[in-house]
Design a protein around this ligand. Structure first.
Ligand code: GLU
Length: 289
Protein backbone atom coordinates (compact mmCIF):
# COMPACT_ATOMS: atom_id res chain seq x y z
CA UNK A 1 0.00 0.00 0.00
CA UNK A 2 1.46 3.41 -0.93
CA UNK A 3 1.90 5.94 1.90
CA UNK A 4 -0.80 8.62 2.17
CA UNK A 5 0.08 12.24 2.95
CA UNK A 6 -2.20 15.20 3.47
CA UNK A 7 -2.13 18.97 3.70
CA UNK A 8 -5.00 20.25 5.86
CA UNK A 9 -5.33 24.04 5.87
CA UNK A 10 -8.14 26.05 7.46
CA UNK A 11 -9.71 28.59 5.08
CA UNK A 12 -9.67 31.40 7.62
CA UNK A 13 -7.10 33.53 5.81
CA UNK A 14 -4.72 33.48 2.85
CA UNK A 15 -1.83 31.02 2.71
CA UNK A 16 1.67 32.21 3.55
CA UNK A 17 5.21 30.83 3.21
CA UNK A 18 4.70 28.51 6.18
CA UNK A 19 1.76 26.84 4.44
CA UNK A 20 3.76 26.65 1.21
CA UNK A 21 6.55 24.83 3.05
CA UNK A 22 4.16 22.32 4.65
CA UNK A 23 2.24 21.69 1.43
CA UNK A 24 5.40 21.32 -0.69
CA UNK A 25 7.05 19.04 1.87
CA UNK A 26 3.99 16.75 1.92
CA UNK A 27 3.81 16.86 -1.85
CA UNK A 28 7.54 16.08 -2.29
CA UNK A 29 7.43 13.22 0.20
CA UNK A 30 4.42 11.70 -1.60
CA UNK A 31 6.19 12.05 -4.95
CA UNK A 32 9.48 10.59 -3.68
CA UNK A 33 7.83 7.58 -2.01
CA UNK A 34 5.26 6.80 -4.70
CA UNK A 35 2.62 7.90 -2.21
CA UNK A 36 -0.70 9.75 -2.47
CA UNK A 37 -1.25 13.41 -1.65
CA UNK A 38 -4.60 14.56 -0.24
CA UNK A 39 -5.90 18.05 0.44
CA UNK A 40 -8.35 18.48 3.31
CA UNK A 41 -10.23 21.69 4.05
CA UNK A 42 -10.56 22.17 7.82
CA UNK A 43 -13.55 24.50 7.84
CA UNK A 44 -15.41 23.57 11.02
CA UNK A 45 -15.37 27.14 12.34
CA UNK A 46 -18.17 28.82 10.37
CA UNK A 47 -17.47 32.21 11.96
CA UNK A 48 -13.89 32.40 10.66
CA UNK A 49 -13.84 30.32 7.46
CA UNK A 50 -14.83 31.96 4.17
CA UNK A 51 -15.39 30.61 0.62
CA UNK A 52 -12.95 33.13 -0.89
CA UNK A 53 -10.15 31.81 1.35
CA UNK A 54 -10.96 28.24 0.29
CA UNK A 55 -10.89 29.28 -3.38
CA UNK A 56 -7.54 30.99 -2.80
CA UNK A 57 -6.11 27.76 -1.29
CA UNK A 58 -6.89 25.91 -4.54
CA UNK A 59 -5.39 28.70 -6.64
CA UNK A 60 -2.24 29.10 -4.57
CA UNK A 61 -1.51 25.37 -4.40
CA UNK A 62 -2.05 24.93 -8.14
CA UNK A 63 0.30 27.88 -8.74
CA UNK A 64 2.95 26.15 -6.59
CA UNK A 65 2.66 23.14 -8.90
CA UNK A 66 0.84 20.92 -6.43
CA UNK A 67 -1.84 18.47 -7.61
CA UNK A 68 -4.22 16.75 -5.19
CA UNK A 69 -6.78 13.99 -5.36
CA UNK A 70 -10.44 14.85 -5.70
CA UNK A 71 -12.97 15.02 -4.19
CA UNK A 72 -11.45 17.18 -1.47
CA UNK A 73 -12.75 16.39 2.00
CA UNK A 74 -14.37 19.46 3.53
CA UNK A 75 -14.90 18.96 7.24
CA UNK A 76 -18.05 21.08 7.35
CA UNK A 77 -19.77 18.39 5.26
CA UNK A 78 -19.09 15.67 7.84
CA UNK A 79 -20.49 16.89 11.15
CA UNK A 80 -22.60 13.71 11.38
CA UNK A 81 -19.45 11.53 11.35
CA UNK A 82 -17.89 13.56 14.17
CA UNK A 83 -21.17 13.42 16.11
CA UNK A 84 -21.20 9.63 15.79
CA UNK A 85 -17.68 9.49 17.25
CA UNK A 86 -18.77 11.64 20.21
CA UNK A 87 -21.66 9.22 20.75
CA UNK A 88 -19.18 6.35 20.90
CA UNK A 89 -17.08 8.19 23.49
CA UNK A 90 -20.23 9.07 25.42
CA UNK A 91 -21.23 5.40 25.43
CA UNK A 92 -17.91 4.76 27.25
CA UNK A 93 -18.94 7.46 29.80
CA UNK A 94 -16.01 9.66 28.74
CA UNK A 95 -17.98 12.79 27.79
CA UNK A 96 -19.76 15.39 29.92
CA UNK A 97 -21.48 18.72 29.24
CA UNK A 98 -20.06 21.91 30.76
CA UNK A 99 -22.27 24.98 30.98
CA UNK A 100 -19.93 27.83 31.86
CA UNK A 101 -19.62 30.70 29.36
CA UNK A 102 -16.16 31.81 28.19
CA UNK A 103 -16.42 34.82 30.53
CA UNK A 104 -17.29 32.58 33.48
CA UNK A 105 -14.35 30.31 32.69
CA UNK A 106 -12.01 33.33 32.56
CA UNK A 107 -13.34 34.44 35.96
CA UNK A 108 -12.81 30.95 37.44
CA UNK A 109 -9.25 30.83 36.09
CA UNK A 110 -8.50 34.28 37.57
CA UNK A 111 -9.86 33.03 40.90
CA UNK A 112 -7.66 29.90 40.77
CA UNK A 113 -4.63 31.96 39.77
CA UNK A 114 -5.18 34.33 42.67
CA UNK A 115 -4.78 31.27 44.90
CA UNK A 116 -1.54 30.16 43.21
CA UNK A 117 -0.49 28.87 39.79
CA UNK A 118 -3.16 27.24 37.61
CA UNK A 119 -1.93 24.76 34.97
CA UNK A 120 -1.88 25.69 31.29
CA UNK A 121 -1.99 23.41 28.27
CA UNK A 122 0.93 23.11 25.81
CA UNK A 123 -0.56 26.00 23.79
CA UNK A 124 -0.54 28.19 26.88
CA UNK A 125 -4.29 28.21 27.52
CA UNK A 126 -5.47 27.58 31.10
CA UNK A 127 -6.94 24.12 31.72
CA UNK A 128 -10.70 23.93 32.23
CA UNK A 129 -11.29 25.11 35.82
CA UNK A 130 -14.99 24.22 36.11
CA UNK A 131 -16.78 21.58 38.12
CA UNK A 132 -19.32 20.43 35.52
CA UNK A 133 -17.99 16.87 35.72
CA UNK A 134 -19.38 16.51 39.21
CA UNK A 135 -22.90 17.80 38.43
CA UNK A 136 -25.56 15.20 39.21
CA UNK A 137 -27.34 13.60 36.26
CA UNK A 138 -30.53 15.32 37.41
CA UNK A 139 -28.88 18.76 37.46
CA UNK A 140 -27.41 18.19 33.98
CA UNK A 141 -30.77 17.12 32.58
CA UNK A 142 -32.45 20.14 34.14
CA UNK A 143 -29.95 22.59 32.60
CA UNK A 144 -30.19 20.93 29.19
CA UNK A 145 -34.00 20.98 29.33
CA UNK A 146 -33.88 24.67 30.21
CA UNK A 147 -31.94 25.19 26.99
CA UNK A 148 -28.68 26.25 28.68
CA UNK A 149 -25.88 26.24 26.06
CA UNK A 150 -23.14 23.70 26.75
CA UNK A 151 -19.89 22.32 25.39
CA UNK A 152 -19.11 18.60 25.42
CA UNK A 153 -15.80 17.80 27.12
CA UNK A 154 -13.65 14.72 27.31
CA UNK A 155 -13.24 13.42 30.85
CA UNK A 156 -9.46 13.31 30.53
CA UNK A 157 -8.71 11.38 33.72
CA UNK A 158 -11.14 8.59 32.81
CA UNK A 159 -10.05 8.62 29.18
CA UNK A 160 -6.37 8.25 30.13
CA UNK A 161 -7.21 5.48 32.60
CA UNK A 162 -9.13 3.66 29.85
CA UNK A 163 -6.44 4.07 27.19
CA UNK A 164 -3.35 3.44 29.31
CA UNK A 165 0.13 4.70 28.35
CA UNK A 166 0.36 5.77 24.70
CA UNK A 167 3.25 6.56 22.38
CA UNK A 168 3.66 7.76 18.83
CA UNK A 169 6.30 7.33 16.18
CA UNK A 170 7.95 10.69 15.47
CA UNK A 171 9.93 10.85 12.23
CA UNK A 172 10.52 14.59 12.48
CA UNK A 173 11.48 16.71 15.45
CA UNK A 174 9.63 17.96 18.51
CA UNK A 175 10.16 21.38 20.13
CA UNK A 176 12.95 19.86 22.26
CA UNK A 177 14.18 17.59 19.43
CA UNK A 178 12.00 14.66 20.54
CA UNK A 179 12.31 11.82 18.02
CA UNK A 180 11.49 8.15 17.62
CA UNK A 181 9.01 6.80 20.17
CA UNK A 182 7.45 9.76 21.97
CA UNK A 183 5.36 9.26 25.11
CA UNK A 184 1.96 10.97 24.69
CA UNK A 185 0.90 13.28 27.51
CA UNK A 186 -2.78 13.96 26.84
CA UNK A 187 -3.45 14.83 30.49
CA UNK A 188 -1.48 18.07 29.91
CA UNK A 189 -4.52 19.32 27.94
CA UNK A 190 -7.11 18.83 30.66
CA UNK A 191 -10.76 18.17 29.79
CA UNK A 192 -10.60 19.28 26.16
CA UNK A 193 -13.72 20.39 24.31
CA UNK A 194 -14.99 17.85 21.79
CA UNK A 195 -17.92 19.91 20.53
CA UNK A 196 -19.54 23.28 21.12
CA UNK A 197 -23.06 24.49 20.57
CA UNK A 198 -22.08 26.54 17.52
CA UNK A 199 -19.47 24.05 16.22
CA UNK A 200 -20.55 20.44 16.72
CA UNK A 201 -16.97 19.12 16.64
CA UNK A 202 -13.44 20.31 17.46
CA UNK A 203 -10.03 20.44 15.81
CA UNK A 204 -8.70 17.43 17.76
CA UNK A 205 -11.70 15.20 17.09
CA UNK A 206 -12.13 15.96 13.40
CA UNK A 207 -8.41 15.56 12.66
CA UNK A 208 -8.24 12.20 14.43
CA UNK A 209 -11.35 10.93 12.61
CA UNK A 210 -10.38 12.25 9.18
CA UNK A 211 -6.78 11.02 9.21
CA UNK A 212 -8.14 7.53 9.91
CA UNK A 213 -11.06 7.74 7.48
CA UNK A 214 -8.81 8.97 4.69
CA UNK A 215 -6.20 6.29 5.37
CA UNK A 216 -3.47 8.85 6.13
CA UNK A 217 -0.26 7.00 6.99
CA UNK A 218 2.08 9.98 7.43
CA UNK A 219 1.02 13.20 9.16
CA UNK A 220 3.50 15.91 8.15
CA UNK A 221 2.73 19.24 9.81
CA UNK A 222 4.21 22.14 11.77
CA UNK A 223 5.94 21.55 15.08
CA UNK A 224 3.40 23.91 16.70
CA UNK A 225 1.03 20.92 16.58
CA UNK A 226 3.55 18.49 18.12
CA UNK A 227 1.87 18.18 21.53
CA UNK A 228 -1.63 18.08 20.01
CA UNK A 229 -0.57 14.64 18.83
CA UNK A 230 -1.03 13.44 22.42
CA UNK A 231 -4.76 14.14 22.19
CA UNK A 232 -4.97 12.66 18.70
CA UNK A 233 -3.31 9.43 19.90
CA UNK A 234 -5.73 9.25 22.82
CA UNK A 235 -8.79 9.70 20.59
CA UNK A 236 -7.42 7.13 18.12
CA UNK A 237 -7.03 4.63 20.95
CA UNK A 238 -10.50 5.25 22.40
CA UNK A 239 -12.16 5.04 18.98
CA UNK A 240 -10.16 2.06 17.70
CA UNK A 241 -8.48 4.03 14.91
CA UNK A 242 -4.99 3.33 13.52
CA UNK A 243 -2.09 5.63 14.45
CA UNK A 244 -0.19 7.23 11.56
CA UNK A 245 3.51 8.09 11.74
CA UNK A 246 4.06 11.77 12.58
CA UNK A 247 6.69 14.04 11.10
CA UNK A 248 6.60 17.50 12.62
CA UNK A 249 8.56 20.11 10.73
CA UNK A 250 10.21 23.43 11.57
CA UNK A 251 8.15 26.60 11.22
CA UNK A 252 9.01 29.29 8.72
CA UNK A 253 9.62 32.54 10.60
CA UNK A 254 9.64 36.15 9.50
CA UNK A 255 12.71 38.39 9.48
CA UNK A 256 12.09 39.19 13.16
CA UNK A 257 11.97 35.49 14.07
CA UNK A 258 8.20 35.51 14.66
CA UNK A 259 5.84 32.71 13.60
CA UNK A 260 4.00 33.76 10.41
CA UNK A 261 0.39 34.78 10.65
CA UNK A 262 -2.29 34.75 7.98
CA UNK A 263 -2.56 38.52 8.18
CA UNK A 264 1.12 39.37 7.55
CA UNK A 265 1.27 40.62 3.98
CA UNK A 266 5.03 40.33 3.49
CA UNK A 267 4.92 36.54 3.49
CA UNK A 268 1.50 35.94 1.87
CA UNK A 269 1.67 33.79 -1.27
CA UNK A 270 -0.70 36.11 -3.17
CA UNK A 271 1.40 39.16 -2.36
CA UNK A 272 4.63 37.38 -3.27
CA UNK A 273 3.09 36.21 -6.55
CA UNK A 274 1.85 39.73 -7.36
CA UNK A 275 5.37 41.03 -6.70
CA UNK A 276 6.78 38.66 -9.33
CA UNK A 277 8.04 35.84 -7.09
CA UNK A 278 8.03 32.48 -8.94
CA UNK A 279 7.11 29.06 -7.51
CA UNK A 280 10.82 28.13 -7.78
CA UNK A 281 11.67 31.24 -5.70
CA UNK A 282 9.13 30.10 -3.07
CA UNK A 283 10.90 26.74 -2.82
CA UNK A 284 14.20 28.50 -2.28
CA UNK A 285 12.68 30.93 0.25
CA UNK A 286 11.47 28.03 2.43
CA UNK A 287 14.69 26.07 2.02
CA UNK A 288 13.46 23.23 -0.21
CA UNK A 289 15.55 21.81 -3.07
N1 GLU B 1 -5.92 22.79 10.06
C1 GLU B 1 -4.72 22.93 10.83
C2 GLU B 1 -4.06 24.26 10.53
O1 GLU B 1 -4.37 24.90 9.53
C3 GLU B 1 -3.73 21.82 10.56
C4 GLU B 1 -4.19 20.52 11.07
C5 GLU B 1 -3.17 19.40 11.01
O2 GLU B 1 -2.29 19.38 10.14
O3 GLU B 1 -3.30 18.47 11.82
O4 GLU B 1 -3.22 24.67 11.30
Amino acid sequence: MPPVFRFAPSPNGYLHLGHAYSALLNHDLARDTGGRFLLRIEDIDATRCRPEFEQAIYEDLAWLGIAWETPVRRQSEHFAAYGAAIDRLAAQALVYPSFESRAEIARLVAEREAGGAWPRDPDGAPLYPGAAKSLSARERDRLIEEGAPFALRLDMASACARAGALRWQEAGDGPASERGEVAAQPEAWGDVILARKETPTSYHLSVAIDDALQGVTDVVRGVDLFWSTSVHRLLQELLGLPAPVYRHHRLIRDAGGQKLSKSTRATGLRELRAAGTSPADIRRLVGLP
